[in-house]
Design a protein around this ligand. Structure first.
Ligand code: PHE
Length: 449
C-alpha cells in the first residue's frame, strides 16, 4: 500500500500543527518569561510578534511546503533556479536535529515527574522547598534515570512516526489535542478558584513597562517563533501535508490563535496557584520542577491528582512537538535516500536519542566537558535559542520575500484564484521588510549579548 503523504482533513492538519506548536515552550517557558518581563507589557509585545511575524513565517513555510510538495532542501531547490538556497534547507535540518536532541532531555524530565506523581515521590517531598529543589537537582544531574526516561519518551515518539502521517501523527494529534485542552482547563479552574488567585492573574496581565527591557523584547520575539514552531522547516514539512483545498491563511490563523491561547491558559493554571500558596513566582526555569510540586503538596491529597494532571499535560504537549521534529528529519531523509520512511525514522530516532543522552549526561556526570566554556547542554541551548532558529528563519523569509516568484505565492495562497486574499498587501510588506529586519536585529543582538 502506498503511504499517504498528506493529512486527511483540514481539522486533522490544524490539530497536527497545533500539536507541534503547543509544547514545552507554551507551558513551561511562556509563563515564566511573561512574568519576568513585565506581565501584560510583555504580553502586548508578544501578541504583536506572534500575529505580525510568527503567523507570516508560518504562512510562508506552508506556501513553500505545499507548493513544492517537498521537504526543506528540495523545497527550496525546486522553487528557485538558484540551487544554493538549498543550504537554507540544510540549515533547517541541522536546527531541527539539535532542537529535538535537546527537547528530548527536557521531555525526559517531564516523563520522570509524571511517574513520580503516580508513585508518590512528588507527594513524599512534602512542602520543604529545600528537599524539593535538591530532589530535582539530584535527579537531573543523575546518570541513569534521566537517560532511561529520555529513551522511553523518544521511543513513544518513534512509534507514532512509524504509524505514518495520517494513522500516526494525525490520529494521535486528533486525540491528544482536545485532551490537552481539557487538562489545562481543569488546572485553570482549580487554580483560579483558590483563595487569593487574583494576585496571580494580576501578575500575568497587569502591565509593568519598567520590566520590559530590550532583552525582554528580544525574548518575546524568540519565544513567538519557537512557540509557533516556525523558522526551522517543520512547518514546511507539515505544509506539504496540508490538503490542497485548505485556506492556508485561515489554517495559520487557527494555529497561531490556539497556540497563544494555550500559553495564556498555562499561565492562568500556574500563577494564581503559586500566589495563592504564598510562593515566589520568580522561579525561572525551576518554576515547574521546584515551585509547582510545592504548590501541589500544599493542596493535600488532591494535590497528587493535580500534580499528575499537570505533568501529564506537559508530557502530552512535549510529545506532539517532538513528533513534528522527528517527522521533519524522517521525511527529509526518506526523500533523499532509498531507505524509506520507517528506516529513516529509526535512524533519526537513534541519532537524536544518542545526542539527547549526551546532552543529558552533560548536565550531570559529564559537566566537566566544556565547549567555549559551556557544558554541552548549555552550548546546544545557546545554539538553539540564539543562533540557529533566527538564522534559518531569516534565510527562509528572504527566500520567500525576495527570491520565490510572487505569482506562485499568490496562486498558492488563493488556491489558484478561488480564495479572497485581502490581507495580501500587508502580508507582503511584513514578509519582505519587517520580518527580515526584525530577525536581523535578533541575530545581531544575540551575537553582541
Ligand atoms: N513549538 C514547540 C514548543 O513550543 C517547540 C518546537 C519548535 C517544536 C520547533 C517543533 C519545531 O515547545
Amino acid at each position: 500500500m502506498k503511504e499517504q503523504k498528506s493529512f486527511s482533513s483540514s481539522i486533522g492538519a490544524i490539530m497536527a500543527a497545533v500539536g507541534s506548536a503547543v509544547g514545552l515552550g507554551n507551558i513551561w517557558r511562556f509563563p515564566y518569561i511573561c512574568g519576568k518581563y513585565g506581565g501584560g507589557a510583555f504580553l502586548i509585545v508578544y501578541l504583536l510578534f506572534v500575529f505580525l511575524l510568527g503567523s507570516v513565517l508560518m504562512m510562508s513555510e506552508f506556501v513553500i511546503g505545499r507548493r513544492s510538495q517537498h521537504t526543506p532542501m528540495k523545497a527550496f531547490a525546486s522553487l528557485s533556479p538558484k540551487k544554493g538556497w538549498m543550504l537554507v534547507g540544510a540549515l533547517s535540518i541541522v536546527t531541527v536535529f539539535f532542537i529535538l536532541s535537546q527537547y528530548l532531555v527536557l521531555a525526559g524530565w517531564t516523563t520522570e515527574y509524571v511517574w513520580d506523581s503516580v508513585n508518590g515521590t512528588v507527594a513524599s517531598l512534602g512542602t520543604d522547598a529545600g528537599a524539593i529543589s535538591s530532589y530535582f537537582a539530584q535527579f537531573s544531574t543523575g546518570t541513569w534515570m534521566p537517560v532511561l526516561m529520555l529513551v522511553i519518551f523518544s521511543a513513544i515518539v518513534l512509534v507514532v512516526i512509524l504509524g505514518g502521517v495520517q494513522k500516526g501523527i494525525e490520529n494521535v494529534s486528533k486525540i491528544l489535542m482536545p485532551f490537552l485542552v481539557l487538562l489545562v482547563v481543569v488546572l485553570c479552574v482549580r487554580s483560579l478558584t483558590l483563595p487569593g488567585a487574583g494576585k496571580g492573574v494580576e501578575y500575568l496581565f497587569s502591565p509593568d513597562f519598567s520590566k520590559l527591557t530590550a532583552e525582554g523584547i528580544l525574548a518575546a520575539l524568540g519565544q513567538a517563533l519557537f512557540s509557533l514552531s516556525v523558522g526551522m522547516g517543520t512547518m514546511i514539512v507539515y505544509g506539504s501535508y496540508i490538503p490542497l483545498n485548505d485556506n492556508l491563511f485561515k489554517t495559520a490563523m487557527w494555529i497561531t490563535a490556539s497556540d497563544t491561547l494555550i500559553a495564556i491558559l498555562a499561565g492562568l493554571a500556574i500563577f494564581p496557584a503559586v500566589f495563592s500558596c504564598g510562593f515566589d513566582p520568580a522561579g525561572g526555569p525551576g518554576l515547574v520542577y521546584c515551585v509547582l510540586p510545592n504548590v501541589f503538596n500544599t493542596m493535600g491529597s488532591a494535590g497528587t491528582v493535580f500534580s499528575f494532571i499537570f505533568f501529564l499535560l506537559l508530557a502530552v504537549a512535549a510529545l506532539t512537538s517532538a513528533i513534528s521534529l522527528l517527522e521533519t528529519l524522517t521525511a527529509w531523509f526518506a526523500e533523499h535516500t532509498r531507505v524509506g520512511r520507517k528506516t529513516s525514522a529509526v535512524i533519526f530516532f537513534f541519532l537524536s536519542t544518542a545526542f539527547g543522552i549526551l546532552f543529558s549526561l552533560s548536565v550531570g556526570p559529564m559537566s566537566g566537558v566544556k565547549v567555549i566554556g559551556l557544558t554541552l547542554f548549555d552550548f546546544v541551548d545557546r545554539l538553539n535559542s540564539i543562533y540557529l532558529p533566527p538564522l534559518t528563519a531569516l534565510g527562509t523569509i528572504i527566500f520567500f520575500g525576495w527570491v520565490m516568484k510572487e505569482d506562485l505565492i499568490k496562486d498558492e495562497l488563493s488556491n489558484h484564484g478561488t480564495l479572497k486574499t485581502g490581507y495580501y498587501p500587508l502580508f507582503r510588506i511584513l514578509a519582505r521588510f519587517v520580518a527580515p529586519l526584525a530577525l536581523m536585529v535578533v541575530i545581531i543582538s544575540g551575537i553582541l549579548m
